[in-house]
Design a protein around this ligand. Sequence first.
Ligand code: NAD
Length: 400
Amino acid sequence: SNKKRVVILGAGYGGVIAAQGLGKLAKKLNLDITLVNKHNYHQMVTRLHEPAGGFAEGDEVRIPLKRLVNDNVKLIKDWVEAIDPVNKQVTLKEQVVAYDYLVIGLGSDPEYFCIPGLQEHSYTLRSLNAARLIKTQIEGSLAKYKVESQSEEGLLNIVVGGAGFTGIELLGELAEWLPVVAPKYDVNVKDIRLICVEAAPTVMPGFDEELSIKAADILRNKGVELKIGTPVKEVTQDYVMIGDEKIPTKLMIWTGGVRGNSVLEDSGFTTQRGRANINEFLQSTNFEDVFIIGDSSIYYDENGRPLPPTAQIAMQQGEHLVHNIERLLTGQEMTPFVFINRGIIASIGPKEAVGIVFGKRVSGLLAVYLKRLVHYRYLFIFGGIPLVIQGFLGQFIPQV
Ligand code: NAD
């Protein structure tokens, strides 16, 4: 047929919005749309600290893709191994798919900065299963601590490397959960050390100073040891080197930053820290039939500063991409992407949050409620009122 084949890689915040929007235009534009994702569900990466800290099981933070896109979108559950932008095809583990237009929304990978032992001996918060692994490791250590008479050194030391937004949200969650879970294993919570290591002189470097001081105070009051201005230098399976200090631990969680998904670099795209260069229309600067959105690409704002890798930006880019593909295929000029910054809120456990919303500082209960509102707004965009109601009930009934 003369249908244009559009292949979307990744069902993250950008990919889902793109698949939904293009799905609605499939008939009008005569499109054959395929969405490829490693799971048959979308995971809310922005909420992974919750299952890591035991306050969510999993089904609260994932939504089956069938529930999100219409029947015009063919779903393939597979792993993207390589992209061949010259021959316009993508190699998956199980098959090869050809495209006329490609949309890449494959997100990011952890950035390890070549720190010795870090990749091999740390945990990350990059997927639901990774989050659940952290929770299981903590519970395992608590159980072990009571059973083994010669307990391993540092068994109850939990180290979080990096105090950006991801680190802060994880610490907040763990600090609330540990006093709940420790007694279940007959462990005195005072025997647990929750340590945060940050290389910069403050937590949340680059963020509003007043709010980052507030976040640090909240965490300290919850018993978190903050080691600020000292980089993680080396990690082994028994300890972490923080500056010149050696901290024994079996659980080092790395939240020290991200880089673009390695598939892009490996497939011949020009990248910066793994994020592919794109033009103002969201097209790859190397191949104009490839659009790249979210963390997988790097976009410079009107002041020449790169936009950060956030869900908010990925969603806006997904929406803009649909608009641009529609214009492209109907012979109109595409329009440049403009980011509308609605703000940012970090939760610090279930009961605290700090943020900037439409340019104003928020904290305390107001911030907690605004954060919830952001979540319900996201559910509304993704699935209308029915998804909001399911989100409120806390489950999305995945067909895994
Ligand atoms: P990040 O890059 O923002 O933070 C990483 C932190 O690790 C930095 O503070 C950095 O100084 C520190 N670091 C780097 N190397 C180190 C070392 N060797 N030792 C100790 N510390 C080291 O990464 P992130 O927190 O994962 O955030 C990624 C993006 O996602 C950001 O743009 C962030 O704003 C966004 N985000 C937003 C939210 C939210 O809106 N609530 C939540 C999570 C992440």
